[in-house]
Write a protein that binds this ligand. Structure first.
Ligand SMILES: NC(=O)c1ccc[n+]([C@@H]2O[C@H](COP(=O)([O-])OP(=O)(O)OC[C@H]3O[C@@H](n4cnc5c(N)ncnc54)[C@H](OP(=O)(O)O)[C@@H]3O)[C@@H](O)[C@H]2O)c1
Length: 338
């Protein structure tokens, strides 16, 4: 079969990559249209050897579309994803607008693909780019013994802020290296080059950032356990693409290193890196890959039931575009989209 697709937010950091991911994965495209804001109308984009023109996002654009891959700001998604669903499409949405809606499944295909059958609003939410690799890496361990608590500190790349984040990165790194004046940030809340930013997201009433609260709430929803302890610190670092996570995870019972590594080695979507061979997950290797890289698996010296690990994944791919395309593939495989 082949599917009629619309890529919404096609000119953004995630939407731009969506085309490459669809082509690489040989997604069965019947027809495809690319939608963005008024300012991008008429822009040319290449897909599978053909040049397409970007169209304005509007209700009429969804006629005949079966799957919408949407990557816009939340406010835009709140308005247009229900319109697309009403027109008969299933929307796989990258924004945070629908993630905590009980009628919208929050899906990581390696973890909870069966949730795709419960898209009661016609919208499937793609989780946050920290929560996705966290869930991919921890699911095989959760299957050995239920997770009780996760402490996660992140090292998030500039591209997590979208196209404007990348503009900041590209404008700042060279002058910084040359000892010249660094241009003021436009997307990030402080200078990125040579710096580490602990407050690069909106601060919320509980003293955590919006990003940190997303990691807590979304991880619990993905694992279907509202009592799971999740304690996050989210940090922006001067890396262009791929987020890293230092994870301490406590289980109901002790898990040995050998047991953990055996489970991780055969887990879908995971690349287990062997520190005894000098291998360790790095953003420069994860960037451009759809896989989640896991390494530095250690026993927690302070807690017999806990492990430490280091996880890296491409935030634009597995953290967004590739996870969405995988969801779309599952929608077809499961006969939800016919
Ligand atoms: N970057 C990441 O690592 C990441 C990871 C997971 C999820 N997400 C989420 O994915 C979404 C997109 O992120 P991004 O990083 O790709 O952002 P981005 O680079 O800023 O791209 C935003 C896209 O939305 C379009 N858009 C904005 N306002 C619009 C409007 N009024 N009508 C129609 N289209 C509009 C933009 O079109 P124009 O170019 O025409 O303005 C652009 O194509 C966000 O909700 C973000 O939170 C991002």
């Amino acid at each position: 079969m082949s599917v009629h697709l619309a890529v919404v937010g096609a000119t953004g950091a995630v939407g731009d990559l969506m085309r490459r991911v669809l082509a690489e994965r040989h997604f069965p495209v019947g027809s495809i249209k690319f939608l963005a804001s008024e300012k991008s109308v008429g822009k040319r984009v290449e897909f599978a050897g053909t040049t397409h023109t970007v169209e304005r996002l509007c209700a009429e654009a969804f006629t005949g579309v079966q799957i919408v891959l949407s990557s816009t700001p939340s406010s835009v998604s709140k308005e247009f994803s229900p319109i697309a669903a009403k027109a008969g499409a299933i929307v796989v949405d990258n924004s945070s607008a629908w993630r905590m809606d009980p009628d919208c499944p929050l899906v990581v295909p390696e973890v909870n693909p069966e949730e795709l059958h419960h898209a009661r609003k016609g919208i499937v939410a793609n989780p946050n780019c920290v929560a996705i690799p966290l869930a991919v890496a921890l699911k095989p361990l959760h299957d050995l013994s239920p997770i009780r608590r996760i402490i996660v500190c992140t090292y998030q790349s500039s591209s997590g802020k979208g196209a404007t984040g990348l503009t900041d990165f590209d404008a700042q790194m060279k002058p910084y290296a040359l000892g010249q004046a660094v241009p003021a940030p436009t997307a990030h809340r402080a200078q990125l080059a040579g710096n580490v930013i602990t407050l690069d997201w909106e601060l919320e009433a509980n003293g955590y950032t919006e990003e940190e609260n997303k990691v807590v709430n979304e991880t619990r929803k993905i694992f279907g356990d509202s009592s799971m302890g999740v304690s996050p610190t989210c940090v922006r670092v001067p890396v262009r693409i791929a987020h890293s996570e230092a994870i301490n995870v406590e289980f109901a019972r002790p898990i040995s290193i050998a047991e953990a590594k055996a489970a991780l080695a055969k887990a879908p979507g995971v690349v287990l890196m062997d520190e005894t061979k000098g291998e360790f997950p790095q953003p420069i290797h994860a960037a451009g890959s759809d896989l989640t890289f896991v390494g530095r698996v250690r026993l927690d010296p302070s807690n017999p039931n806990a492990l430490n690990l280091w996880v890296v994944a491409d935030n634009l791919r597995k953290g967004a575009a590739s996870n969405a395309v995988q969801c779309a593939e599952e929608l077809i495989r499961r006969g939800i989209v016919k």
